[in-house]
Design a protein around this ligand. Sequence first.
Ligand code: URA
Ligand code: SF4
Length: 201
Amino acid sequence: NNGAARFLPDQRDLASLRRAAASCQGCGLYRDATQTVFGEGPRAAAFMLVGEEPGDQEDRQGHPFVGPAGRILDKGLNEAGIRREDVYLTNAVKHFSFTLRGKRRIHQKPTAAEVDACLPWLNAELAVVRPEVIVVLGATAGRALLGRAFRVTHHRGEPVPLGEALAVATVHPSAVLRAPDREAAYAGFLSDLRAAANVRG
Ligand code: URA
Ligand code: SF4
């Protein structure tokens, strides 16, 4: 298995990429997941937000960030003054990875090999949308975009050059939900989103 590259279309726009990604078999995750959850948002979006992988709800519905993490993210974007029409939402990995516990599907972190396999889709989305600001949501997106040594905790809220864009990293919204002090975690998340909003002035 050599990753997603051989599934990419020659002619690349968001519609052709989405169509091609629907039948990607670039790693093993397509087998047990319901469907590919491709990125969504306007081609001219100034902000690209990159999460980890679809969750249970996203896998069922086919759209990124429509579950509990998405609700926190929506709230944060709203409060940071980032408008929906300026946002393209996607994930480092396009299929849900899980283990079964009884009938429950428990989210499993994608492996480094799965992240690498799926990266051609994210790079293609970046090449089409060419966002001004890339918001890196958590460690998986950080590793995919900024390399293995990148640590969100060391660089959160700090714009770093990434191609022609500036990347601003923050924690994953799911981590906000799991945090012992959820209010403090949300405040930190919001402050990073505000830093991302301020990159554009
Ligand atoms: N978590 C993610 O990283 N992405 C989603 O789309 C949903 C939850
Ligand atoms: Fe392809 Fe990515 Fe799905 Fe793996 S996770 S099958 S590389 S779309």
